[in-house]
Design a binder for this molecule. Structure first.
Ligand code: 6CS
Length: 334
């Protein structure tokens, strides 16, 4: 019986008793080690391993199936940590889709650090919401401004008419691109490259660093900066695992989180710049369009309907989050 319990505790990563011992913690993410989630995860691992006897095993994208599969494993306690973005989590936690509502996330590089480090919405409102789903929210961080890559240029919703734009599997992203005048199709990352190659879709959105890394600028070579979103992702721990940690291990996890968060916030503001320089060099044919303020204004007006749809679904709590996000944006100087 004891052996069975001990085995189960190892599998689930549950620490029985208070004696310090070396555990291996499993950490899954939606990206490769060279991508922003991987950069964060490696800093987290490095900190844990240099400051304790615990080890962290990182499972990059694909190692455990699709993002939704990894989330099931994290909620079941088979994984201790998971990085999953609201574009995927939103189907399970409607409030998380607040990070996808257009024009409430910072895109101005000077505002980003403040918004994610000091913002009340991110730091005070979301932890209790994720808790309700068995998750201890550790970090929310940006990966860069969302950029729409298409085959043909667009400057207004009329230009987007009939364009099939792939979004992550989030109901709110579908609403967004409908409001923007396009014909959205939701699919997971694993299907996107094939869909672009076979013209099943005419475009997609992702941050510059990701577009560059996965050659998306060659598959849909017009990059449009609409200023409507920041690609945001979240790192969580299984709540039972976290609650079962000793006070010292909880502090260790929090310190590792702060260490990795500070690092990625410094990097994040650079990622857009570096990604775009690389694209300009490797793909001189790529068209880079930045919408003017007047052009953005048209999309901003359309975004109101998306905000309303979000609030209808996420209720009073959703409305409070959006109101706070707007205050946080102002406080961050955007
Ligand atoms: O578009 C996606 O689905 C992916 N984009 C990023 C930036 N990270 C992971 C995610 O699966």
């Amino acid at each position: 019986m004891f052996r069975l319990l001990a085995t189960l505790s190892l599998i689930a990563g549950i620490t029985f008793g208070t004696a310090a011992r070396a555990d291996e913690w499993r950490y899954a993410m939606e990206e490769a080690l060279t991508d922003p989630q991987g950069m964060y995860a490696q800093k987290f691992k490095e900190y844990i391993e240099s400051n304790s006897d615990h080890t962290v095993k990182i499972y990059p994208i694909g190692a455990l199936g699709e993002s939704a599969d990894a989330m099931e494993q994290a909620q079941a306690g088979l994984l201790q940590f998971i990085d999953q973005s609201p574009g995927y989590t939103g189907a399970m936690i409607p409030e998380a889709e607040a990070f996808l509502v257009p024009y409430v996330q910072p895109t101005n590089p000077d505002a980003i650090k403040h918004y994610f480090k000091q913002g009340k919405a991110v730091n005070e409102m979301f932890p209790e919401i994720y808790r309700e789903h068995g998750l201890e929210l550790l970090s929310v961080f940006p990966e860069g401004e969302q950029v729409v890559t298409t085959m043909k240029p667009f400057r207004n919703p009329e230009d987007l008419a009939g364009m099939k734009i792939r979004t992550m599997p989030s109901p709110l992203l579908l609403e967004t691109y409908k409001a923007f005048g396009a014909s959205p199709i939701a699919m997971s990352w694993g299907e996107l490259i094939g869909a672009l190659k076979t013209n099943m879709v005419d475009g997609q959105e992702n941050p510059t660093v990701w577009i560059e890394a996965y050659d998306l600028d060659n598959l849909a070579p017009v990059l449009t900066y609409t200023g409507h979103a920041q690609y945001t992702t979240a790192v969580m721990a299984n709540a039972d695992f976290y609650d079962g940690l000793s006070a010292a291990d909880k502090k260790l996890v929090q310190d590792a989180t702060n260490h990795a968060h500070d690092y990625i916030l410094d990097m994040a503001v650079e990622l857009d710049k570096v990604g775009l320089e690389k694209i300009r060099k490797s793909n001189p044919e790529a068209v880079i369009n930045r919408l003017s303020d007047a052009e953005r204004e048209v999309f901003m007006k359309r975004a109101k309907a998306v905000e309303e749809a979000f609030i209808e679904k996420a209720g009073d709590r959703g409305a409070a989050i959006i109101a706070q996000m707007k205050k946080d944006l102002k406080a961050a100087g955007q």
